[in-house]
Design a protein around this ligand. Sequence first.
Ligand SMILES: *Cc1c(COP(=O)(O)O)cnc(C)c1O
Length: 375
Amino acid sequence: MTDKKDDQILRDTIVKVDLGKLKHNMKLIEDMVGPTTAVMAVVKANGYGLGAVGIAPALMESGASYLAVATLSEAVELRQNYPGYPLFILGHTPDRLLPVVVEQNITQTIFSMEQAKIMDDAYAKSGKTAKVHIKVDTGFHRLGKMPSPEYAEEICQICALEHLDVEGIFTHLALVNDEEDEKQYDLFMNFVEKLESMGCSFKYKHMADSIACVDFPKYRLDMIRPGALIYGMRGFHKGFLPVEQAISFSTRISQLHQVKAGEGVSYDYMWKAPKDSVIATLPFGYADGYPRNLRDKGYVIIRGEKAPLVGVLCMDQCMADVTDIPGVSEGDEAVIYGDGSDGSMTIEEASKLAGTNKNDVIARIPARPPRVYTE
Ligand SMILES: *Cc1c(COP(=O)(O)O)cnc(C)c1O
């Protein structure tokens, strides 16, 4: 199954997404946390590059309680495709856009009475009850306010608003070390307890991302918020879950060149052929999200063999040395990122070579390469 018919895939450079693996990973996660903990599947940044619209049904069919994005723009794209899916915005939405959140039936992260009032007022126009989760800062200092008597009072007043459903309360771990995590946990739980003693109640208390939900069962609470884990990224340290990488990235050779010993390749002739060589042009570049600093480190797999990238990576194309690959031909498939079983570069390896993390490697793949979904 693909999202596009073959004649609609207008490029050889494609991102392949294995929906079967996504579902497998979701099942592992749900079995791990059990039925009392809901799974909010994080699909921000276009589903970490896998394509949020393309993977949403598989995640919902797998039992996700929410699909979470970072921005209203991301939520609206999903809403236009899926009128009925429960959507959550993890990030800040500017005040002027909060009525749109209510109108679109999206659950919003908030941290002030001003935001709550705007959403409560939006009920009058739309007739839709606004749903929110309150963000508590426990040290990360990114979004939310630190626990204080004033914030407790403010949250109680928010909970009393007539047309607002305060469905949840959450915080986010900085994952500094066990001791700091525990401090954040205690701060959060004590604050929630205080709020409950003041008469507030929350269906969902949550704090765990991918790493925290595997490593620390105690932090799973009513809901977890995995992103990377669903896509098969193994970032945890203490616990273990055999999730599988659901994304691969491939292209096809557009042209072969016979290059004489001493001749240069690509901008500035940064690479010169040490001997007579066969060079393959590949139609992907840094504008397809491939890290430009993988020059001299990157490689693709062609006919089961490693072909090192040579010369400077261009925006839309790059070159690989295929001299030692018997039978190499124009049109041959080249695996850019794979699961490693064919010797291909995994997301994990790419992240190490590029000096970044795995989420960055996949989330930076832009919309340009078509997504092809297989089951
Ligand atoms: C991105 C994000 C997550 C998911 O993070 P992963 O490390 O990919 O699991 C969870 N919670 C919040 C608030 C986030 O911004």
